[in-house]
Design a protein around this ligand. Structure first.
Ligand SMILES: *[C@@H]1O[C@H](CO)[C@@H](O)[C@H](O)[C@H]1NC(C)=O
Ligand SMILES: *[C@@H]1O[C@H](CO)[C@@H](O)[C@H](O)[C@H]1NC(C)=O
Length: 405
C-alpha cells in the first residue's frame, strides 16, 4: 500500500529509520547513527556521531609498572636454630647466577634477625643492589602456636602459612635452608607459566623408585601419587592458593587453605612423621589436579645417589637445585654434597667464577669419585659449569657494550 520510503504519502504516518555504522581511525572509535524520519510526506534526517577513544593496553609496554612487578622473583625461607650460615649460603647461590631481581622473605627466630642483617651488610654493593629482603618473626595465624612449632622440626610448619601471611605476593618459591641453586632461579620460576588452569603449586617426587621410597613403604596417611612429593623446593601461586577451595576428608564442601590447615593437623597429627611435608602430601592426595610435578634434578637429594643413581634427568642435564637434607653439608656421609656447599661458601663475591669457584670444585670432586654419590661427577658438575659459562658470557658482553651506551 505504501511505496517504499521516503516517498510516503500518507498522513498520520511516522517512520524512523536508524542507520548505524562503526568505523575507527587510529585510536579513535567512531559510531555514527543516522536517523531518517519521514512524517506526512516530509523527510528529515539527523546524524549523530559518537567518538570513543580505544583503551590502550598497558601490558607489555616497557617501563610500565606491570612489567616491573613481574620482573621481581620472590623467594621464601624459614630459618631457626643453627641454620643461619646455611641460609646465607642458599641466598648467595641464588644471587650468584640469577638474572632478574629477587625479593627474599626470611622468616627467622628473633635472635637470628640481627645476624642476617649483619651478614647481608657485609656483601659488596654490586651484590646488594640486586636483591631486597624482609625479615619476619615466626607466627602462626591459626591454632596453637606451640603445637605448630613442635611439628617435625622447629618452625618448619611456618611455610604452610605463607599464603595467609604474604597477602600482597602473587607467587613465591619456597626452599628449605639446605638448598643450593646451581643455575638461575629464573629457570625454575618459568614453571609458574607452565601451570594449567587448575595447578597452583609445583614440587618434585619424594622418590623415583616406589620400591625404596619412604611413603610407598611406611606412610600411615594418604599421600600424593605413587611415591609422595618432597616439599624442600616448592613453587606456589599464592593468588590461586588463596582463592581455591580444597577437597578433603572432613568437609564435603571443601575448605579454603587457611581454614583447612588446623583441622587437617588435628586429624592426622598422630600419623605423620615428616610434619608439614606430610600435610602437603595429604592435601594434594585429595587435590591432585592442583599440583605440577617438576623433574628430580630440581630437588636433587642424597636419596638420588646413595642407593645407586636413580635421577636419570640429572645424569643427562646435571643438577639444577641441590638439596642437602639429612645434614650432609655438615658431616662426612656424602662428601659430594659437602664439596659443593663449601665451594659456594668459600667463593669470594666478584672473583672470577671459573677460577675461584668451578676449578676448586672440580679439584675437590676428584677426592669423592669413590663414594656412592661421586661416581658420576657430571651429575653435580654439568649444570653448574653451563650456568657459569652463561653468567661469564653475559658479563663479557655487558662490558663490551658499555662504552657505546
Ligand atoms: C597466578 O595465578 C593468578 C590467577 O590465576 C594469575 O593471574 C597470575 O598471573 C599467576 N601468577 C603467575 C606468576 O603466573
Ligand atoms: C592440569 O594438570 C593436572 C596434572 O597433569 C591434571 O590432573 C589436571 O586435570 C589438569 N587441569 C586441566 C584443567 O586440564
Amino acid at each position: 500500500k505504501y511505496p517504499f520510503f521516503p516517498f510516503v504519502k500518507s498522513p498520520r504516518c511516522f517512520h524512523v529509520f536508524p542507520i548505524l555504522y562503526f568505523t575507527s581511525y587510529q585510536d579513535v572509535f567512531v559510531v555514527e547513527v543516522t536517523v531518517w524520519m519521514s512524517f506526512d510526506g516530509f523527510s528529515f534526517f539527523f546524524l549523530f556521531f559518537f567518538f570513543t577513544s580505544r583503551q590502550k593496553s598497558e601490558v607489555g609496554r616497557p617501563g610500565s609498572k606491570v612489567t616491573q612487578a613481574e620482573d621481581v622473583m620472590h623467594l621464601a625461607v624459614v630459618a631457626c636454630g643453627n641454620r643461619l650460615d646455611e641460609t646465607l649460603n642458599m641466598v648467595k647461590s641464588a644471587l650468584l647466577f640469577s638474572i632478574k631481581k629477587i625479593k627474599f622473605h626470611i622468616f627467622a627466630e628473633e635472635n637470628l634477625a640481627e645476624q642476617f642483617e649483619k651478614g647481608f651488610s657485609q656483601w659488596p654493593q654490586t651484590v646488594s643492589s640486586r636483591f631486597h629482603y624482609s625479615i619476619y618473626p615466626i607466627t602462626f595465624s591459626v591454632g596453637n602456636a606451640d603445637e605448630w612449632k613442635k611439628l617435625f622440626k622447629p618452625c618448619a610448619a611456618q611455610r604452610l602459612f605463607l599464603p595467609v601471611i604474604l597477602k600482597d605476593v602473587d607467587s613465591l618459591l619456597y626452599v628449605d635452608t639446605d638448598v643450593l641453586f646451581l643455575r638461575p632461579m629464573d629457570d625454575i620460576w618459568k614453571f609458574l607459566k607452565a601451570f594449567n588452569s587448575t595447578q597452583l603449586a609445583a614440587m618434585a617426587p619424594e622418590h623415583e623408585i616406589p620400591k625404596i621410597g619412604w611413603y610407598s613403604r611406611f606412610a600411615r596417611h594418604p599421600f600424593y601419587g605413587v611415591t609422595g612429593v618432597n616439599s624442600g623446593v616448592m613453587l606456589m601461586n599464592l593468588t590461586r592458593i588463596r582463592s581455591t577451595l580444597f577437597r578433603n576428608s572432613m568437609i564435603a564442601s571443601g575448605l579454603s587453605w587457611e581454614n583447612l590447615l588446623h583441622p587437617l593437623y588435628q586429624k592426622y597429627k598422630n600419623h605423620i612423621t615428616w610434619g608439614d611435608q606430610d600435610l602437603l602430601n595429604i592435601i594434594f592426595h585429595y587435590n591432585p589436579e592442583c599440583l605440577y610435578i617438576f623433574p628430580c634434578q630440581w630437588n636433587y637429594r642424597p636419596d638420588h645417589c646413595m642407593y645407586g643413581s636413580n635421577c636419570k634427568a640429572a645424569e643427562e642435564e646435571g643438577v639444577s637445585i641441590l638439596h642437602g637434607n639429612r645434614g650432609v653439608y655438615h658431616d662426612e656421609k656424602q662428601p659430594t654434597f659437602r664439596v659443593v656447599y663449601d665451594a659456594i661458601r668459600e667463593y669470594p663475591f666478584e672473583e672470577n667464577l671459573f677460577q675461584s669457584l668451578f676449578y676448586p670444585l672440580q679439584t675437590k670432586f676428584l677426592d669423592t669419585v669413590n663414594t656412592l654419590c661421586g661416581r658420576i661427577p657430571q651429575v653435580f658438575l654439568r649444570q653448574i659449569e653451563k650456568t657459569m659459562r652463561a653468567v661469564y658470557e653475559k658479563k663479557v658482553v655487558r662490558r663490551v657494550r658499555l662504552p657505546r651506551e
